[in-house]
Ligand binder design. Structure first.
Ligand code: AP5
Length: 209
């Protein structure tokens, strides 16, 4: 099953994708995670996008589409995938339509106040990308990853100024995709407010699983 997870920053796309990939046995492809890995590994792509991610702006479509196209060359996507954070512009959605058939676009709906709470409290393990929240999903030991024992970090773009910019970028460039996919009959709206297990259950029902 080929899925797209759409929604504002902090709506829980990555958290639910991490649970759903186990249930559905398909890979989770997060363009944000791919960019962060490139930055960590100091590749050419990483150098090119580092300041863009820190500010909360979008990476140019040509760069992002080329990265996704390359990711699709790996055979693990043949039986399905969860695309998290892609597409984010109409141009990216048009490119995706040329690359892959999409079964469902799951749209995570969440109010602004809760988004800001979730993003400002998010912490992550830099090497595995595992996501925590200081209140909603704390690690067993404060500030330490449960499995690797590495110190948790706060993403550069989870600082207040970048959060506000990301929300503005979302409204301007990504929200139009809601209507785009609605017109194609692919949009499945879900309420992202509940606990992760209940959001997951809603998501599975919305895609008929
Ligand atoms: P990306 O990494 O995709 O960031 P995002 O879309 O802003 O999404 P987030 O990862 O912030 O949020 P999420 O919805 O996954 O929430 P999460 O599950 O972590 O992109 C980063 C940057 O990369 C972009 O700004 C851009 O520069 C670039 N980029 C990426 N894709 C691009 C593209 N296609 N084109 C151009 N540029 C691109 O949850 C958030 C917090 O809430 C966590 O702490 C979590 O523990 C908590 N939480 C989650 N669910 C729940 C719940 N149900 N109840 C309580 N707490 C919860």
């Amino acid at each position: 099953m080929n899925l797209v997870f759409l929604g504002p920053p902090g709506a829980g796309k990555g958290t639910i994708a991490a649970l759903a990939k186990e249930r559905l046995d398909i890979p989770h492809i997060s363009t944000g995670d791919l960019f962060r890995a490139a930055i960590k590994n100091e590749t050419e792509l990483g150098k090119q996008v580092k300041s863009i991610l820190a500010s909360g702006e979008l990476v140019p479509d040509s760069v992002t589409v080329a990265m996704v196209r390359e990711r699709f060359l790996l055979k693990d996507t043949d039986n399905g995938f969860i695309l998290d954070g892609f597409p984010r512009t109409i141009a990216q959605a048009d490119s995706l339509a040329e690359m892959k058939f999409i079964d469902h676009v799951v749209n995570f709906e969440l109010g602004r106040e809760e988004i800001v709470k979730r993003l400002s409290g998010r912490r992550m393990c830099k090497s595995t990308g595992r996501i925590y929240h200081i209140i909603y999903n704390p690690p067993k030991v404060e500030g330490i990853d449960d499995e690797t024992n590495e110190p948790l970090i706060q993403r550069e773009d989870d600082k207040e100024e970048a959060i506000l910019n990301r929300l503005e970028v979302y409204d301007r460039q990504t929200a139009p995709l809601i209507e785009y996919y609605e017109k194609k009959g692919l949009l499945r709206n879900i309420d992202a407010k509940g606990a992760p297990e209940s959001v997951l259950a809603q998501m599975l029902e919305a895609i008929g699983r």
